[in-house]
Design a binder for this molecule. Sequence first.
Ligand code: GLN
Length: 453
Amino acid sequence: DAYVQAIEAANDVINAYVTVTGDKAREMAKASDTRIAEGKAGALEGIPLGIKDLFATRDVHTQACSGILNRFKPKYESTVTQNLWDDGAVMLGKLNMDEFAMGSSNETSHYGPVVNPWKASGSDQQLVPGGSSGGSAAAVAAHLCAGATATDTGGSIRQPAAFTGTVGIKPTYGRCSRWGVVAFASSLDQAGPIARDVRDAAILLRSMASTDAKDTTSVDIPVPNYEASLGQSLKGMRIGIPKEYRVDGMPDDVEKLWSQGVAWLKDAGAEIVDITLPHTKYALPAYYIVAPAEASSNLARYDGVRYGLRVDGKDIADMYEKTRAAGFGTEVKRRIMIGTYVLSAGYYDAYYLQAQKVRTLIKRDFELAFNDVDAILTPATPSSAFAIGDEALAADPVAMYLNDIFTVTVNMAGLPGLSVPAGLDAKGLPLGLQLIGRPFEESTLFKTAHVIE
Ligand code: GLN
């Protein structure tokens, strides 16, 4: 009741929820009460969660915050959300996001931008919560849920977590099932939690993660008890600092925080090692070829026949065109154009194939680094949250893409990455540090982040 009331009171301003399922939440909470009374409580019994609009939820609007899926209700449940309900969690509703998870500010949503609950000191300017999981991050930061699901294709869990002072983890590719998660770029997409602290994130990920016969890329590795790693010593751990992440124009505050993070980890007994990840500078351009290529293919299914919106036309081709013209927003159309271009005959070798080769080199950089270190520490974002409607960013999509400079490498390599709030900048806004780990070593990230938070 308290959460549903809080949402009713604050959502007009924050716009974190696009669908509120108050009645369902109360019904699920009652069922939790019964299970608790019977001594059958699950790991998340009665915990109220918000669900990113990208996860299919049976008979509850699942729109990927796109006009083309307006009012779409699936007949099935995603594996990740089913895992949460099986552990007793309660659904408060569906959370706002960039359309089809394409964006870094939540401004591409068909349902309007999300307002970051944080403001710079002495300013009334509304700020973005980051994206694409902006609704998830803002809802957690504003106490409009106890935790949230999110997805990360190129930083969409970690960047919004950093902008809102919350914890977000993108687990290793294959750790969570993608079944029932609306596809953006299938070889990069991963689900993960956004939570108020490292412990909550550890508890939520344990519940979300599973092997799933319905997603052949999910892995058959037991899910550890991540919470058990919290409080363990960092003695003997080696933490790498990649010199390529010291980018030009990095604000002093970000640089200072990174040094502060190094000092904290040293104090906790870790050894700090300078490392090199030489192909880092190619990650962003390669990502913005691979992700749109996969997106253009995945989005071909929205044809006015199988899902959501249909705009009638004089024949079937005309209906397709009108439906897609009306249903997709500008950024999604841009991605489809880029994706079909880089996959087309004559350009495929120059762009897509080249980007895939670069991806292998990025992966190899990390493999070599992880021969020497146990985790890598970097800033999560190149800045703190920026203004809603920033004109320079709206006019230049590439400037917006630069937000992802520290996060996309992790998706390209399929590794786990965690963003932990580490301090405030001079404007009083939260900044995050990112920890990157070896495949399936999420526990290492949780234990290290716990020292920083
Ligand atoms: N900002 C990136 C993009 O727009 C990442 C999005 C994501 O991780 N879903 O593609």
